[in-house]
Structure formats: C-alpha cells, structure tokens
Write a new protein. Structure first.
Length: 370
C-alpha cells in the first residue's frame, strides 16, 4: 500500500459527452452549472454524458481502483486518461502537464514511454511469439535488438513465463496470455499503468492467481496504477483507494474500509453489504491504542488485514503488537477484535435502519448483473 502523498495523475472535472456537448454547455468559473443538472439537460437534448464532471487524484505508487456496474462510465474514464477517447471537457494532468493540450506526436511518445495499458481482450498479435509480442512496443520506441531482448527477458521472468518465450498466443492458456499482456505493458517501464478489467475473462481460480501475481509485481515495482473492475471483492484485494461510479458520476472515493463502514448512500452500501468486515478492517482499526506491549509479543503492521491476524491470535492469546513506521502504537487481542467488529456491525445496521426510516416507500436498490 502506498504511503506517498505525491500526486502522479490528476483528473479534473472531466466530461465525455457523445452525440453532442461541444463545450458550450459547461458555463464559466463565475457562472458554473451543477453537474447533475447539466447532465440531465444534455440527455434531454439527445446527448449521452458517459463521464460527468469526474475528478480524482492518483498518488505515486498507489493502486487506484475505479468500479461500477456496466454502463457506469468507468471504462470511458480510463480511456480518457490515455486519450484513446477524447474528453469533451476538463483537464488530465500527468506529472503536472495537461495531456489534453499535447499534440498527437507528443501523445504518442507519452504512450510509448510513460504509459502501460492492459485490457480485457489481451490484444496479442497472433503471428508473433511471446517474446516478440512483449518486444513489440520496444521496437516502436526504436530500441536496439539487444535492448529489446534484455527488457523482454526481464519482464518474462517477472511474470513467470520462462520457457514459453517462443510459444504463440494460441498455444497459451487464458492466464498465460494475460501474463503476456501484462509483461508487454511493463516492458516500456511505464510511470502510469492503466488496467481495464484485465482479469474478468479468466475463470475464478486463474483470476485469483493473477491478482496475487499482480500484487507481487506491484510490491516490487511500485507503479502508479488505475485499475478498472466491476467486482468489489477484486477491488477489496488490490485497492489502496477506490472510486465508485454510477451513470457517469463519481459517487464516492475512499479506502475500501471507508466505503464499507461509511457508504455515501444506499448504492455504495449495496456493493459492500455482504463483505465480511474481517476482510476490510486493518490492525489499526481494531487495536487498543497505546496499550503497553509485552516484549515477547509478535508484531504486525498497522495496515495488516484482520483476516490475516486472526490465525496468529489463536497462538498468541495475550495479543499482538501493532506497529507503524517502526513504533508500537497499540495491541490487538481477541477482545479488541470482537469489540471493533461489533461496533462496526452496529453502525452498519443503524445506517440501514435509518435508510428505511427516512425512505420507507423506496424499494431497496438491487445491483444488476453486468
């Protein structure tokens, strides 16, 4: 998990409007128009606002997950970031420079050298071998054959494809093909890594393995990542922070724990309702702060998931010391875990009850299948 506060990417008031929206609707700084109202006006005129006033930051080394149901605008946003889709309005700043003001030539260089992109359909060239597919963007960069091979071999080892260098895509499993796509995007050594539902076409077991592989690679490379998914459990596993979208609009941004414990509305709550709290809460959330730790106690980071702490508690009933930046800041024991889980469960139940009391006539929203 990234603790770096330096901003790598900023998305500022970005709109993407199809069938209309040439900028004349957006008002001025002195006379702004409320985004939801503006989107409604556009729809009434036959336009399709796929991204509505989207703003967020991605920090250096952070995995920033964008999620939502089908049609929520998440894939539109990630394509706007790379200008595969041209935004209608707004700013996209990479290292402080607005990508929307770059020429086509400059943008090609940025994609070749600073961005890595991975998509659901892999996009492998069927007539090229694994190593040739991975080397392809390096050839476009103009690197020598020796440099291409050296980089390609390095990322092949990173993603665990040794021995398959001379295989063609149709000789690989779905998981192996996805590894080639990941390796190809990493070969350019990107500053920013964009992944649009890269594992959704894989079966559950391979998908879990690819998530593990992705986290292993990230622990070594510390890329700034925007990751698109519609699967909350996948987001829960990999996200430092998350953004949930609906109908092109940003509904809530926060850590997975923040979204689960304090959902902005019923729509967010529906995504998180069935997620076990032990998979979300961290050691810092369930510890007894400033309790004196026994010198013989094992230690865990403040960011360690409660689910990972429980087996340790079975063998260390006196508790486990919690550390942050090398200092002990509290102790986790069975009582503190139970108390924290009970409190958060009560908070959830209270919020649900208040939703029913405040809107008794409203049927509960049911997320649909994608």
């Amino acid at each position: 998990m990234s603790n770096n506060n330096k901003i790598k990417l900023s998305c500022r008031n970005v709109w993407k409007v199809y069938n209309g929206g040439d900028g004349q609707h957006f008002g001025t700084k002195d006379d702004p128009i409320e985004p939801k109202q503006l989107a409604s006006v556009m729809r009434s005129e036959g336009a399709i606002p796929a991204a509505v006033d989207v703003s967020f930051d991605v920090h250096v080394g952070e995995i920033f997950v964008i999620m939502g149901l089908s049609g929520s605008g998440k894939s539109t946003v990630v394509r706007c970031l790379s200008r595969l889709v041209e935004p209608t309005h707004g700013e996209i700043l990479l290292d402080g420079e607005d990508l929307l003001k770059k020429s086509k030539k400059d943008l090609i260089e940025i994609r070749r050298h600073k961005m890595g992109m991975v998509f659901q359909n892999f996009g492998l060239l069927p007539h090229l071998t694994v190593i040739e597919n991975i080397s392809f963007p390096l050839r476009l960069q103009g690197l020598s054959m020796a440099e291409q091979r050296e980089r390609a071999n390095r990322v092949i080892e990173l993603v665990g494809l040794q021995g398959r260098e001379m295989s063609y895509p149709n000789q690989l499993s779905g998981g192996q093909q996805q590894r080639v796509g990941i390796a190809r995007s990493l070969a350019v050594e990107p500053d920013l890594w964009l992944l649009d539902e890269p594992f959704s076409a894989l079966d559950p077991l391979i998908r879990r393995q690819m998530q593990d592989e992705f986290l292993r690679i990230q622990s070594m490379l510390q890329k700034s990542i925007v990751f698109i998914t519609h699967d909350f459990l996948e987001a829960l596993r990999i996200a430092d922070r998350m953004m949930i979208m609906r109908d092109g609009i940003v509904v809530q941004v926060g850590t997975p724990a923040e979204l689960i414990v304090n959902p902005a509305n019923e729509y967010v709550a529906e995504f998180t309702r069935d997620v076990p709290l032990v998979r979300v809460l961290r050691a810092a959330d369930v510890m007894q702060a400033n309790q004196i730790a026994n010198p013989n106690m094992p230690t865990v980071s403040s960011e360690t998931c409660v689910e990972d702490i429980l087996p340790q508690l079975a063998n260390h009933t006196e508790g486990i010391a919690v550390t942050s930046e090398g200092k002990i800041i509290g102790v986790v024991n069975a009582d503190s875990v139970v108390a924290a889980l009970a409190q958060e469960s009560n908070t959830r139940n209270h919020a649900e009850a208040m939703d029913i009391i405040m809107s008794p006539e409203q049927p509960k929203a049911q997320p649909h299948e994608c």
